[in-house]
Design a protein around this ligand. Structure first.
Ligand code: FO1
Length: 310
């Protein structure tokens, strides 16, 4: 079994590529520290992005939300409240209503996600990192911001001086996720933001230990290519929180947790220094613009994993 750790859009594409390359269901452990409440609805952006991507429903332009979704509900809400800042489409609202109601009646997020993925015909297991509430707080010169305030409402314009994961220390790692990591044949850290997508997973007691004690090859795919983030603010966040903004910087962040790092052709000059950390390197075209790119990168990752020993 392949186990992938993932955040939002980049993680979802990689998970899809791994599924296609292996022609088998995989297990995806997903960040839930971006989750928040809007209009009384519980929204889990990364879980939904992975779920919509693996079910073929995802909006191919944004990577999040549902393709062809409409905004009748949002327009009606805006008649009362004025312009909103978070675009929830009508079909997407259906997901949030069902999830919120199920949570209210005592179901846990992992069970709700399993029900939803089954209904959408997803064969892979999509596991929230925890059933407990963990919240990413972004520390900025204007004070602490809830993650979606920083990311969507304020358009990632604030300088990030620090990042906290409220509740992570006392959250329980999902037992099925720890079990999957323990039994995995290959573990992949997807090209998601290492600070705010993979960081929250690693902040929950149990995940680092499970990665360290697993006997499977552990491969990360760098989300930094040519000194820039493939998507989102990871590059600026890394710079202002004291990390080198490069695939080498990513390698240092995952040192001790990975055996191999997939880097882009553009970064081949960094290979020797990454290898000097005891991390094997695979150089490839790591940019996923098309569905075929996802599959090709998935194949590369799995071929590489087969050559990497623990
Ligand atoms: N990202 C945006 O930049 N703007 C939006 O209006 C927005 C709406 C949205 C709705 C549902 C959903 O599942 C995701 C949505 N996202 C939106 C993406 C999301 O908030 C972020 O990309 C992730 O939290 C970061 O991984």
């Amino acid at each position: 079994m392949i186990v992938a750790l993932a955040g939002g859009v980049g993680g979802a594409k990689m998970a899809n590529g791994l599924e296609m390359a292996s022609q088998a269901p995989i297990t995806v452990v997903v960040n839930t520290a971006d989750d928040f409440e809007l209009f009384g609805l519980r929204i889990c952006p990364d879980l939904d992005t992975v779920m919509y991507t693996l079910s073929g429903l995802a909006n191919p332009v944004t990577g999040w939300g549902i393709e062809g979704d409409t905004r009748v509900t949002l327009d009606a809400i805006e008649r009362y409240l004025g312009p909103g800042w978070f675009m929830v489409g009508d079909q997407d609202v259906g997901t949030h209503i069902v999830r919120t109601d199920a949570l209210r009646t005592g179901h846990v997020l992992s069970a709700i996600t399993a029900m939803m993925t089954e209904a959408l015909g997803v064969r892979s297991s999509i596991l929230p990192m925890t059933n407990d509430i963990v919240e990413t707080i972004v520390v900025t010169p204007d004070g602490p911001l809830a993650f979606q305030d920083y990311f969507v409402r304020r358009k990632q314009q604030d300088q990030v001086d620090g990042i906290r994961f409220k509740g992570a220390g006392s959250a329980a790692a999902l037992p099925d996720a720890l079990d999957a990591i323990e039994r995995a044949e290959v573990i992949v850290i997807c090209p998601s933001n290492p600070l705010v997508s993979i960081g929250p997973i690693l902040a929950i007691p149990g995940y680092r230990e499970a990665l360290k004690s697993s006997v499977a090859p552990r491969i990360a795919v760098s989300p930094i290519v040519g000194g820039k983030a493939l998507k989102g603010p990871a590059d600026r966040m890394m710079a202002t929180t004291g990390h080198e903004v490069s695939a080498l910087g990513v390698a240092r962040m995952y040192e001790g947790l990975i055996d191999g790092l997939v880097i882009d052709d553009q970064d081949r000059g960094l290979a020797a220094e990454i290898e000097s950390l005891g991390i094997a390197v695979r150089i490839t075209d790591s940019i996923m613009n098309t569905i075929e790119d996802r599959k090709r990168l998935g194949r590369d990752v799995l071929d590489f994993a087969a050559t990497v020993s623990r």
